[in-house]
Ligand binder design. Structure first.
Ligand code: ADP
Ligand code: MG
Length: 673
């Protein structure tokens, strides 16, 4: 699996009119190359992409996001997240704001990406697509469903599915048919986001938001190795394959994340609720910073990545160090007054550059296995076809089916053999004549030497090529060789057939496994349903108990009121008691045995004193405490069951730690990491 770094882009927005009017100076400028930026006088940073104030929304989309949308259709997950201080242009860049007020040129990444996705889907006629959209925000460390505002936060849970992907259980996923539908969900969800006015941005997002689009793709392909010859049929029979096309499924998930501003409290002038929000926002960003540090610090090589410190880090687990292709867009303001914040953001982004992800294609595992097997079959079929050609050639040569070419060759061989025989005969006659001439000793010395050489050469030839081998004998030798070759091919064929049979068995086993998985999935589904019903019943019980507590509290209060009014009307409790008047009745808040004891011996004590140190009051406390303890017990039991229920999704769920509630403000490191 190939590792790729998280890509980091920096976007410097233009000075806003307000900033220009107040005489703000620019503190950011381009460096010597296009990927470099200089902050202040000498702090230089290099990133994958840098967009200065003149860059348009389209430039950002085309350069950084378009490739991710394309790879989404190849089955990869992708994430784009915007980071930066409040008012630096995150929402503007991501495009999660109010799009009704924007021109098309001003559209940010989300509207552009979904338009592009629908264009790709329209152009591809060979596949069927499904588009599912969800939109959630994390506000004050609680999840909120922006597409279903009535869903209580406690019904939304971050979990890991059986493939290790992070999912939000309970969030509404809307299946969309058209671009307009997705746009209207984006619009309505964005309008529901928590925003508030700060000194730095009139429409500051006070939450982290995640807009997610899941594209599912279904297509069927003809068997790539379909062979129209007879062999195909026998292979199919062996393999138990249908002639039908093979269907495939693949999906990709795209997260668009608009993080809340990384502001410092004093800059925004936040007080009260805004201040509390800031603490939550900053603690989420602090955790994100810790995750980025742990993943990106090459020197540290941390083994523990603190994803569980906050909801945003849990949700971005796949995107940071996981299996998605991720782009971080760090937005900064060019104003000198934001120098510190810009420096912090750039340092943050600089670390993120080192994070390595391992993107994978989200294919159905069975489908991948099937495809691998198909490749194997293809290779085997090719091998078979090759051997078949060789075998048929040999069969032809055995003389069964005659071919003109072979005849021609045979004639040529015969002709050559006759010619060869003639030459041999002539050569042998010449040999004899030369021997006779040599014996007469009429040749010069050098002529004798050359003749001897020639004779030796002829002797050599005679010994290597027996002179009296008939053409039939030669043919027989050749046929023998060919027969041996044929035998070898047959053995190969047999072993191939065995392999086919083996693969066929494996296929059947795989089919069985799929069926088993399906069965266990439906079983788990019904168990889940049952457990959910149980939870609902328990919640109802809790509510009725709470109502009962309220009733009891009210009743007790009433009794206390009645008793105190009694106390006020009787100026002489002892006298009234002795006349057997109102105080003759036992106050409801006093248990009967205590009252009896008082009647027996301690009746001389004033009644009002009994009421002030009222054991009934004490009992109310106790009753309340026990109810609280019981409901706490019930809630924790519910949570336990909830966890157990989701054990199947996440093995390491029990690792979940209690969140550390250390505010970054307390550490004196607000907004830093
Ligand atoms: P953030 O989400 O980071 O708090 P916003 O996206 O709301 O910031 O931007 C703050 C203001 O700056 C908005 O009025 C927005 O229109 C403006 N703005 C941000 N980036 C740009 C840009 N690249 N070009 C023009 N205006 C921008
Ligand atoms: Mg914003």
């Amino acid at each position: 699996m190939q590792e790729v770094n998280v890509r980091v882009a920096v976007r410097v927005r233009p000075l806003l009119t307000k900033e220009k009017l107040s005489g703000e100076q620019m503190c950011v400028r381009p460096g010597s190359n296009q990927n470099q930026l200089i902050l202040g006088t000498d702090r230089s940073f290099t990133f994958d992409h840098i967009f200065f104030s003149k860059a348009q929304q389209e430039d950002v989309y085309k350069l950084c996001v378009e490739p991710l949308v394309v790879s989404l259709f190849d089955g990869y997950n992708a994430t784009v997240f915007a980071y930066g201080q409040t008012g630096s242009g995150k929402t503007y860049t991501i495009g999660g704001g109010d799009i009704t007020t924007l021109t098309e040129e001003e559209y940010g990444i989300i509207p552009r990406a979904i338009t592009h996705m629908f264009k790709i889907m329209k152009e591809n006629k060979t596949k069927t697509f499904t588009v599912n959209v969800s939109y959630i925000e994390i506000y004050m460390e609680e999840l909120r469903d922006l597409l279903s505002l009535d869903t209580p936060a406690k019904d939304l849970h971050v979990r890991e599915d059986n493939k290790g992907n992070t999912v939000i259980v309970g969030a509404r996923e809307v299946q969309c048919e058209s671009l307009d539908e997705v746009m209207s969900l984006l619009e309505s969800g964005s309008a529901a986001r928590h925003t508030g006015s700060t000194q730095m941005n009139e429409q500051s997002s006070r939450s982290h938001s995640i807009f997610t689009v899941v594209i599912g793709q279904n297509w069927s392909e003809p068997d790539p190795v379909k062979d129209t010859k007879v062999r195909q049929q026998s292979v199919n029979n062996l393999y138990g394959l249908e002639e039908d096309d093979m269907s495939h499924y693949m999906s990709g998930k795209f997260h668009f994340v608009d993080l809340a501003g990384s502001e410092r409290a004093h800059k925004t002038g936040n007080i009260g609720d805004r201040f509390k929000e800031s603490i939550h926002i900053n603690s989420g960003l602090l955790s994100l910073g810790n995750v980025i540090s742990a993943l990106g610090d090459v020197k540290k090589k941390s083994t523990h990545i603190p994803y569980r410190e906050s909801k945003i880090t849990r949700l971005l687990k796949d995107s940071l160090g996981g299996n998605a292709k991720t782009l971080m867009i760090c937005c900064i303001s060019p104003a000198s007054s934001s120098f510190d914040e810009s420096l912090n953001s750039l340092k943050y982004a600089n670390r993120a550059k080192n994070i390595k992800n391992k993107p994978i294609i989200n294919r159905d595992i069975q489908s991948i296995r099937f495809e691998e097997m198909q490749c194997e079959i293809k290779a085997l079929r090719e091998e078979l076809a090759r051997q078949k050609t060789t075998v048929s050639l040999y069969a032809d040569m055995e003389g069964l089916p005659d071919t003109g070419h072979i005849r021609e060759l045979e004639d040529k061989v015969a002709r050559l053999q006759t010619e060869c025989g003639h030459y041999r005969m002539v050569a042998e006659q010449a040999y004899k004549h030369i021997m006779e001439i040599q014996e007469k000793e009429i040749l010069s010395k050098s002529q004798n030497v050359r003749l001897r050489d020639w004779m030796e050469l002829l002797e050599e030839l005679k010994s290597t090529m027996p002179m009296n081998v008939s053409p039939e004998e030669m043919q027989n030798g050749m046929i023998k060789e060919l027969q041996q070759e044929l035998q070898k091919c047959r053995t190969h064929l047999e072993s191939d057939e065995k392999i086919f049979a083996e693969k066929s068995r494996e296929m059947n086993q795989l089919h069985d496994t799929i069926k088993e998985f399906e069965k266990s999935a439906s079983l788990m589904e019904s168990q889940l349903h049952e457990e959910m019903m149980k939870c609902q019943q328990q919640a109802e019980q809790l509510i009725s108990q709470q109502i009962r507590i309220d009733e009891l509290e009210a009743a007790l209060k009433m009794t206390a009121l009645q008793d105190s009014s009694l106390d006020e009307t009787s100026s002489l409790p002892l006298a009234l008691t002795s006349t057997g008047g109102i105080s003759g009745r036992r106050p409801k808040s006093v248990p009967a045995h205590v009252y009896k004891a008082q009647e027996d011996g301690s009746r001389l004590r004033p009644a009002s004193r009994l009421i002030k140190t009222s054991p009934a009051h004490f009992t109310l406390e106790r009753v309340m405490q026990s109810f609280r303890a019981r409901s706490q017990l019930l809630i924790s039991r519910l949570e336990d069951e909830d966890d157990v229920l989701h054990q199947t999704f996440s093995d390491d769920e029990d690792e979940e730690k209690e969140e550390e509630n250390i505010s970054p403000e307390q550490n004196g490191e607000f907004g830093k990491y």
